[in-house]
Design a protein around this ligand. Structure first.
Ligand SMILES: [Ca+2]
Ligand SMILES: [Ca+2]
Length: 244
């Protein structure tokens, strides 16, 4: 059996196929496809604010919180923000049904944040912040980050995977990592997703957390992949023909 003995012409064919495939993949776009995006250029686009028990555990009971829409100084254009609701609660935002109904496992949720102390004495209360929480039948999925924005700095971008990832933990009676397959099972029972909109310890309730460009995206199957498969199959069949 000498299945993998390739002649120089076969090697050349494979190299040509790989080059053409790379060009096709680039041309057809392996980039993430935007499923939904909130740019907040005109208004808050139906997003709602929540005051949740510290450090942002909305599943323990939340009250509604006013969302401010600002027409300028976003990233770019308009953006939304919430003000620190109280020293007992943390501000978060939740999407309207028109946005949340598009959630599916495998997507990425991205957004830009702006943390402003507004003259208060704001400092981070913790080295990590719960970027996104997903309330499920089995507890709250929490995706936290230790990569915090600069206070009174620029807009900071985050990408949160809506699929199995070491960044996700499950908070119920305690906080623990997920077991393989557990994210998908819990995600299927989700009741609410929230995004952080308050970051600082601030006794004066002055700090605000801005959000812009909340984007839901998915990696589509590249249109060129079937072409690549067909090309490789053709090559394989040609190699199997008897010579002569
Ligand atoms: Ca904007
Ligand atoms: Ca605060």
């Amino acid at each position: 059996m000498r299945l993998f003995q390739l002649s120089p012409s076969h090697v050349r064919n494979v190299l040509v196929l790989l080059f053409v495939s790379a060009v096709l993949l680039g041309a057809t776009g392996v980039h993430a496809a935007v499923v939904a995006v909130a740019t907040f250029d005109d208004d808050a686009e139906g997003w709602s604010g929540l005051a949740c028990p510290n450090p942002g555990v909305c599943a323990l009971g939340s009250t509604s919180l006013t969302i401010e829409h600002l027409a300028a100084n976003g990233n770019p254009g308009g953006y939304i923000r919430t003000q620190d609701p109280s020293s007992d609660t943390a501000a978060r935002v939740a999407p309207p049904v028109s946005f949340s109904s598009l959630f599916a496992p495998g997507q990425t949720l991205s957004f830009d944040v702006l943390v402003e102390r507004n003259g208060g004495d704001g400092v981070y209360g913790s080295a990590t912040a719960p970027l996104v929480t997903i309330e499920t039948a089995g507890g709250t999925l929490v995706f936290a980050t230790g990569d915090l924005p600069t206070i009174d700095g620029d807009w900071k971008h985050y990408d949160v995977p809506l699929f199995e990832d070491a960044g996700w933990q499950l908070a119920s009676t305690s906080v623990r990592p997920l077991t393989p397959g557990e994210f998908d099972a819990l995600f299927a029972t989700r009741t609410r997703l929230t995004i952080i909109s308050e970051w600082l310890n601030d006794s004066a309730d002055l700090d605000t957390g801005g959000l812009d460009n909340i984007t839901l995206s998915a990696i589509p199957l590249p249109g060129a992949l079937p072409l690549l498969g067909a090309a490789l199959l053709t090559l394989a069949l040609r190699r199997r023909r008897p010579r002569g």
